[in-house]
Design a protein around this ligand. Sequence first.
Ligand SMILES: NC(=O)c1ccc[n+]([C@@H]2O[C@H](COP(=O)([O-])OP(=O)(O)OC[C@H]3O[C@@H](n4cnc5c(N)ncnc54)[C@H](OP(=O)(O)O)[C@@H]3O)[C@@H](O)[C@H]2O)c1
Length: 342
Amino acid sequence: MRLQFNSHSVPVVASGSTMSQVPKVKFFNGKEMPVLGLGTCLAKGDEVRQAVQLALECGYRHFDTAALYENEEAIGDVLGKWISEGKVAREELFITTKLPMIANRAEDVTKFLMMSLKKLQLSYVDLYLIHFPVGMKGKDENDILPKDAEGKIILDMDTDLISLWKAMEEQVDAGRAKSVGISNFNSEQIDRIMKSCRIQPANHQVEIHAFHQQKELRAFCHKHNITVCAFSPLGAPYKEEAKDKPVLQHPVDLHGCRWGKTPAQIILRHLIQLGIVVIPKSTNPERIKENFQVFNFSLSDKDMRDLDSLDQGRDGKIFIFKDSLLGVSNHQNTHMIFHFRI
Ligand SMILES: NC(=O)c1ccc[n+]([C@@H]2O[C@H](COP(=O)([O-])OP(=O)(O)OC[C@H]3O[C@@H](n4cnc5c(N)ncnc54)[C@H](OP(=O)(O)O)[C@@H]3O)[C@@H](O)[C@H]2O)c1
């Protein structure tokens, strides 16, 4: 099932889909991405193994990881087992991983994607993203988030997004990635890539939730036929910065209780009906199941308007990278930011 578009070009999902029929968004190249996937940030080892196992049993077929999360090997253990035992075909899965910031150089892309593929026990990923537009300098490939004695990020000031993108395109040529994309880019950076690319970005992964809906950036991506994936779609409630922005506790979300739906289900459904891919993270068995139950109801136009109105624009942003990645704002690629408050 694919997302449909109504007369205002607002995508809506046909109701009545079942667990195994997760709707998909279509990329410019014809490849399709399930609108719901499992996020895996901050989950490692057995915790993520169990979460992926349960998610597969629930019907999830889309998983989001990154070299930075240091959990590709654990996820690969489960995927490899399911594929080798014939419980799932590789083609049924949609796996995203990301180039770490320490590899934001053209000459490093192949090496780092090959390392990710080996850990994931896969011969290709469905989507390979540049995780962040800013490059960093690690001591070695395991120094994934390099910091100096003062806790400041060690930056690679030579990051060149254009040559880096060319190396991403080569991953598609070589069959290591079906599609390539970006994450945490602003529209100026995307524009530069669009003007020089041979293979365009298929997807952009950015922070999006009810309080930070990225309306301008989404319109910009839509214009360029770049699909959008919301990270932290539940408002990253585990983060200190989210304490005064509790997306899941807003009264409007609770309107969903009319249908016996939880705030998380309403929040996810809102984004899905906007045509946005969501990747909520959970390692809790009940919540993994809960987050998947979003295809058997739909929000009315009035519900959608109520949820749209929760947007706080830039003030709703939770990931303030200049604080969490100390020193990052000194990098040239954080300049000229307009849609993206770093
Ligand atoms: N590209 C990037 O730079 C970037 C940045 C951040 C995240 N991401 C990706 O996006 C994924 C999701 O983002 P996120 O993990 O930051 O935040 P999120 O999905 O908005 O929130 C995850 C948190 O919500 C809790 N939770 C999950 N389902 C819930 C429910 N139904 N009700 C109440 N609480 C629930 C989880 O706890 P339990 O596990 O205990 O359920 C976890 O603490 C990440 O895992 C990662 O894959 C990408």
